[in-house]
Design a protein around this ligand. Structure first.
Ligand SMILES: [Fe+2]
Length: 125
C-alpha cells in the first residue's frame, strides 16, 4: 500500500515536469517575456527542490544502491538551473534555448533513464 502511494507520488512529479516543459514552450521568444520567464524559473526551482527531495527519501528508504549517484544527478540539475537563473538575473539575454535544452535533456536522460531504471525499488510487483 505504501509502495503504491510512493509510486503515485513519483508519477505525479513526472507529470508535473512534463506540464512545466509544455508551459515553457508556450512562452514567446521576445524581449517582453521577462516576467513570464522569471515566474517560470521560480516554479521550476520549487518543483526541483520538492520532487527531488521526495524521490530521494523514497529511494533511501528502499536502500537503492545507486542512491548517491542518483542524488548527485539531482544536485547537478539544480546547479545548472541556478546557473541559468543567475545569467537571467545578470543580463536580459535570452535564456530560453538553454533552459529548453536543460529540461529536454533531463527528461530524456534522467526521468526516462535513471528514474525509470530505479522505479522497481518502490513500485508494486
Ligand atoms: Fe530522479
Amino acid at each position: 500500500m505504501e509502495k503504491e502511494a510512493e509510486a503515485n507520488r513519483i508519477d505525479k512529479h513526472h507529470r508535473r515536469f512534463i506540464y512545466l516543459i509544455e508551459q515553457l514552450k508556450m512562452i514567446p521568444i521576445n524581449s517582453g517575456n521577462k516576467q513570464e520567464l522569471m515566474s517560470f524559473l521560480y516554479k521550476l526551482s520549487y518543483y526541483a527542490e520538492n520532487s527531488f527531495q521526495d524521490e530521494e527519501i523514497i529511494l533511501n528508504r528502499h536502500k537503492c544502491p545507486n542512491y548517491a549517484n542518483h542524488r548527485a544527478e539531482h544536485k547537478k540539475f539544480i546547479q545548472n538551473m541556478n546557473q541559468i537563473q543567475q545569467l537571467f538575473i545578470e543580463n536580459s539575454e535570452s535564456i530560453l534555448p538553454d533552459l529548453l535544452l536543460l529540461l529536454d535533456d533531463w527528461y530524456e536522460n534522467h526521468i526516462l533513464r535513471l528514474d525509470n531504471q530505479e522505479k522497481h525499488f518502490y513500485e508494486t510487483a
